[in-house]
Design a protein. Structure first.
Length: 298
C-alpha cells in the first residue's frame, strides 16, 4: 500500500521487459509507480516460480504472459509475499494456469480481510477501482504451515520463509540460496517509509518487534541482491535501513512519552523523522508507525 492521493495513477504493471538480475532470475520492476510492486520470475529446469501478481486481473494476465514467455512449457508456480491487494489481487489470472502456494497464515488473513481490503482499495479513487473491477479472491492450491518451505524448480532450490505476524500476519520472503537473491515483499521497501497498516479497530495485525527479527534473520542470510517490495533493487543496506528506522521510531516514542497527548507527540516527532530521511517516499506512513508504537507502549 502506498498512495493516499484522491486518485492515484493507474497501478499498471509494465511486464514487457523483465530485468534479468541473475541467470534465470527476472524482475518486473515497479518503476516507482504507487501500488505497483516488484514482481519476480524464477526459472528452474523443470518449473518456474512467479512472485506476486500486481493489482487486479488485467495486471495478473500481464504477469502471467511475461512468465509464460520466459518459462516456455515449464509448469508455473505462483506464490505471494503477503495478502495486500497490490501484491496478490491478480492471482485469479493464474488460477488453473499455475499451482498457487500460500503459507497458512497468509491464506487465513486473505479469507478474513480480503473482501474488506478490496472495498477499501476501490475507495482510493477511480483508477484503483477500475484496476480492481471484476477481481476475484482465490484460494491456494497448496498451503504450508511450517516457518520454512523449500521449492525445487529443477536444478534450483527456492526457500519460502515466514515469521508470523510482522507487517501482516503472513509475510513471506523468497530466497534463492545459491544466487543469494532475496525477495522481501513489504518487509523491506527501498527509500520508502515502512507501511504500518495500523487501522484500529479494523486492522491491528502488526508486530514491529517480530518485523525487526525477520529483518535480522534476512540479514543473516547475507543476500547479495535484495528485491524490495517497492523501490529500486539493491543490497543488504535496504534491510538495514528499514530495520534501523523501526527501532528508531520505537526509541523516539519511548523518549517522548509523557510530553503531551498522543496527537501532540505525533505532531512533534513526525517532522523530525521525516527530516532524517529526506529522500524517502510516502511520509504519510510515519504517523501510523508513531501511533502504533504509542499503542504498544501505553
Amino acid at each position: 500500500m502506498s498512495d493516499n492521493t484522491p486518485n492515484p495513477p493507474a497501478p499498471t504493471v509494465e511486464a514487457n521487459a523483465p530485468r534479468r538480475i541473475a541467470d534465470g532470475v527476472f524482475v518486473i520492476e515497479d518503476r516507482r509507480v504507487p501500488l505497483v510492486p516488484n514482481i519476480g520470475i524464477v526459472l528452474g529446469n523443470e518449473k518456474a516460480l512467479v512472485i506476486d501478481t500486481g493489482m487486479g486481473r488485467r495486471n495478473g494476465e500481464r504477469v502471467l504472459a511475461a512468465a509464460r514467455a520466459l518459462a516456455g512449457s515449464r509448469p508455473l508456480i505462483l506464490t505471494l509475499t503477503h495478502f495486500h491487494p497490490e501484491h496478490g489481487y491478480g492471482a485469479d489470472a493464474f488460477k488453473g494456469n499455475a499451482e498457487i502456494v500460500y503459507n497458512r497464515a497468509q491464506a487465513d488473513e486473505l479469507a478474513d480481510k480480503g473482501e474488506a481490503y478490496l472495498g477499501m482499495f476501490k475507495g482510493m479513487g477511480p483508477s484503483i477501482a477500475e484496476a480492481l473491477a471484476g477481481t476475484e479472491l482465490v484460494a491456494a492450491d497448496r498451503l504450508y504451515a511450517d516457518a520454512e518451505h523449500l521449492l525445487d524448480l529443477g536444478g534450483r532450490k527456492v526457500l519460502l520463509k515466514s515469521w508470523g505476524k510482522a507487517h501482516t500476519r503472513g509475510d513471506q520472503i523468497v530466497y534463492l540460496p545459491d544466487e543469494r537473491v532475496l525477495f522481501t515483499g513489504d518487509l523491506a521497501e527501498e527509500k520508502t517509509f515502512p507501511i504500518f497498516p495500523w487501522f484500529p479497530p479494523n486492522d491491528m495485525d502488526i508486530d514491529a518487534g517480530n518485523w525487526v527479527k525477520a529483518l535480522d534473520d534476512c540479514l543473516a542470510l547475507q543476500p547479495s541482491t535484495v528485491v524490495p517490495g517497492h523501490g529500486d533493487i539493491g543490497g543488504a543496506a535496504i534491510l538495514t535501513g528499514v530495520r534501523d528506522y523501526i527501532v528508531d521510531v520505537a526509541a523516539k516514542v519511548a523518549a517522548a512519552r509523557g510530553e503531551g497527548s498522543d496527537e501532540q507527540i505525533v505532531a512533534a516527532l513526525a517532522p523530525r523523522i521525516r527530516a532524517q530521511h529526506p529522500d524517502w517516499h510516502f511520509p504519510e506512513w510515519i504517523d501510523f508507525a508513531i501511533r502504533y508504537q504509542l499503542a504498544q507502549q501505553a
